[in-house]
Design a protein around this ligand. Structure first.
Ligand code: MG
Length: 366
């Protein structure tokens, strides 16, 4: 798409070497990176012999991909905490960032914001809600903003009675009504932790106090978020639920590309409905607000223990309702470091993963 506007200089993948090989053929990048040496060998085997591409693996590879001299914009879309190091390396190297990896800004928001300012680079969100807020706020004065309304579909269990949460299976959580996503983020959407991470993400991205960010459930996913201003005006960003728009805008900003996206059928689509999230059935959202209020290393602990708990749920090791319990236990036993540097954050991340894992196997149950 738009080969006259964009060219791909480096590609970073995880374990899916087949898809990566297809993309190398399509885009002819200088560098391709996979998660480990074994995958690098596999990739070399399936590429046509004449292919000219350097292949690297692991964190060093990802950092190289993110800092390559010919790159001007880095799409940071790795899953989880692993995205932090390459994202920081890209900022350090003065690259513009299109950010989908919300975990990195949740973990190290203050550091990312500070470095972004120092380097004078653009950081544009890919997360649909933040893309919406970014578009609503563009050209406005920050001091005029009175509220951010972060919308969410409510996930697959929006209307499930509390008594039935215990029986939720991974397959139920992976069946999202409006968005098709990876496994981890699908579970995060089902627990509303995704919304919680997004609240913290918005706090750092838009540098606003946490208490003006309000989550509103809008199951039709037509309104992607709204911002209110002190004269009572509310600006919303609308569109069909499709990530294409937000992804394109993050790399074309401030230009808008002719994507050919359909306009919502306003006349026939039925009512748009709004409700408060139910914090009793979805305690993960409260935990995220708590972590955001406390700040320091606690958001990193929230994120790390969530990653561990979600993986354990996906592996059928714990019940769905245990996810918030594990996170809450881990947060409770963490001594928050205020104004953390990167090593404090990585240490908190490691500690939280270990604590959460021990909590799952019942070694440190209180
Ligand atoms: Mg989102």
């Amino acid at each position: 798409m738009f080969p006259d506007k964009f060219s791909v200089k480096s590609l970073a993948a995880g374990a899916n070497v087949k898809l990566l090989a297809d993309q190398i053929e399509m885009f002819s990048p200088e560098l391709a990176v996979v998660v480990d040496e074994r995958r690098a060998v596999e990739l070399k085997k399936i590429l046509p012999p004449k292919t000219r591409v350097e292949i690297m693996s692991g964190e060093e590879g990802y950092r190289t991909a993110a800092t390559l001299g010919s790159v001007d914009t880095v799409v940071s879309a790795m899953m989880g905490a692993a995205g932090l190091s390459p994202t920081l390396a890209a900022i350090e190297a003065g690259k513009n960032i299109a950010l989908a990896n919300k975990e990195s800004i949740v973990m190290a928001g203050e550091i990312i914001v500070k470095k972004t300012d120092e380097k004078g680079i653009n950081i544009v969100p890919i997360d649909s809600e933040h893309s919406a807020i970014f578009q609503c706020i563009s050209g406005q004065r920050k001091e005029d903003v009175t509220g951010i309304f972060l919308t969410g579909s409510g996930g697959p269990f929006l209307n499930l009675p509390a008594g039935e949460f215990k029986g939720i299976k991974p397959a139920d959580a992976l069946a999202h009504p409006t968005w098709h996503m990876g496994r981890k983020i699908s579970v995060d959407s089902a627990t509303l932790m995704n919304k919680g991470l997004e609240v913290i993400e918005a706090e750092f991205f838009f540098r606003v106090p946490l208490n003006i960010i309000k989550v509103i459930i809008q199951p039709q996913s037509i309104i992607h978020s709204m911002v209110s201003f002190r004269d009572g005006t509310i600006i919303a960003q609308l569109g069909i639920p499709d990530m294409k728009g937000a992804i394109a805008y993050s790399i074309s900003y401030p230009e808008r590309l002719p994507l050919g996206q359909p306009i919502p059928d306003f006349i026939n689509m039925g009512p748009l409905t709004f409700s408060d999230p139910d914090l009793n059935r979805f305690p993960c959202l409260s935990l995220a607000y708590e972590a955001g209020r406390e700040g320091g290393t606690l958001p990193a602990v929230l994120n790390a223990s969530n990653e561990i708990a979600v993986q354990a749920f996906l592996n059928n090791r714990i019940d769905f309702v245990k996810i918030p319990e594990i996170i809450s236990n881990t947060m409770e036993f963490h001594s928050t470091v205020k104004n953390p540097d990167l090593s404090d954050i990585m240490e908190a991340d490691t500690w939280a993963r270990e604590y959460a894992e021990n909590n799952i196997i019942g070694r440190n149950c209180s």
